[in-house]
Design a protein around this ligand. Sequence first.
Ligand SMILES: Cc1cc2nc3c(=O)[nH]c(=O)nc-3n(C[C@H](O)[C@H](O)[C@H](O)COP(=O)(O)OP(=O)(O)OC[C@H]3O[C@@H](n4cnc5c(N)ncnc54)[C@H](O)[C@@H]3O)c2cc1C
Length: 402
Amino acid sequence: MTTTAAPPTQGTEIEIGDRARDYLSLDSLFSAEELALRDRVREFVRRRIAPNIARWYEEAVFPREITTELGDLGLLGMHLKGHGCAGRSAVEYGLAAMELEAGDSGLRTFVSVQGSLAMSAIAKHGSEEQKQQWLPGLAAGRQIGCFALTEPTAGSDPGGITTHARKDGADWVLTGIKRWIGLASIADVAVIWARTDGGIRGFVVPTATPGFTATPIEPKLSMRASVQCDVTLDNVRLPADAVLPNVVGLKGPFACLNEARYGIIWGAMGAARDSYEVALRYSRQRLQFDQPLAGYQLTQRKLVDMVLEIQKGILVALQTGRLKDAGQLSPQQISFGKLNNVREAIAICREARTILGGNGITLDYSPLRHANNLESVRTYEGTDEVHTLIMGQAITGLAAFR
Ligand SMILES: Cc1cc2nc3c(=O)[nH]c(=O)nc-3n(C[C@H](O)[C@H](O)[C@H](O)COP(=O)(O)OP(=O)(O)OC[C@H]3O[C@@H](n4cnc5c(N)ncnc54)[C@H](O)[C@@H]3O)c2cc1C
């Protein structure tokens, strides 16, 4: 078990000044409304996630009860309009992702899978009936959704999926195996991507349908406060109207993945910021060789490097957000942000851990937990390598995927 009382060196009482918190005064780039939303989510994370996350992480628990609280805050499908969704801007969605991930990537992942993947798929590609049936309950967090694209033999290359849907009279019958499907074992509804005679299609599948089985992948060394599953589809029979009517081909799932990738650009900076602030507080309080660690040049260099990359990363996130709100953000630009910000964030979390010394490997401190989580974040929603290849193609005009 983790210790319940904070160890004396945790230093939460140490104030972090404005310069250390927001070096370039980036807050001035946000509207009052954006900052108000950010602060509401920050307060929720402080009150609801921070005191519990070490236990959830250690016990590998996703706190199911938190989903309606996130719904009440308007964070589920928050960038979608209508059917109970909050209709907030891309920048506001990003700020919420950053605050949630400062708590834990697993909680931000829940919001991404629910809102950007499952709900986005239905909102972008679904019929009016599908939207009415599922979006209000998902937005409120009363119901949970998942999004199943990846398979045991098709990860970075989703064009290789083998799950298939065949027509049987008016019905569809789905067969196949999916892997790494977030929330599947607790979901009410799954958006399943499958091959048909007419190309890749999405299907809205109530998880209670006979033949649908989800088994959590355990144990994990990353994303422990969230659930990912193997999913088996054994002749899952669905009515004709289960198919998402408005899209055919991989552009269907990619449109949703781009939403989730965008949120990660912000979220990763939340994990980095929390790690930096923990390391800063600790280093100001912890004495070695009769001086606070923060007084040594080597430590200051580490902290300064963190501030440089966090501030730059937030600027990258903000620029992608403003482009998205203007309807001008390309998938290739999303790759820039996802690749850069996750790569920098994981380096910051690891460096922050070194400042904590041995205490940094306990769950009393967040940086190593964040770093472990970010191992998943750099893999899902397009790996570092895939985003490098996307950018490489954008720059050179030459595809190097094969
Ligand atoms: C915590 C977690 C949650 C997830 N949630 C979901 C979810 O909800 N729904 C869903 O559908 N999927 C989900 N995924 C799956 C995720 O999208 C895949 O793991 C990811 O796409 C990578 O696929 P893979 O794991 O099969 O690795 P692989 O594709 O086998 O890749 C292995 C390595 O090879 C590299 N590689 C691959 N191709 C190339 C190339 N052409 N050139 C150079 N290097 C290459 C990769 O970058 C990687 O480093 C999740 C994964 C994780 C870990």
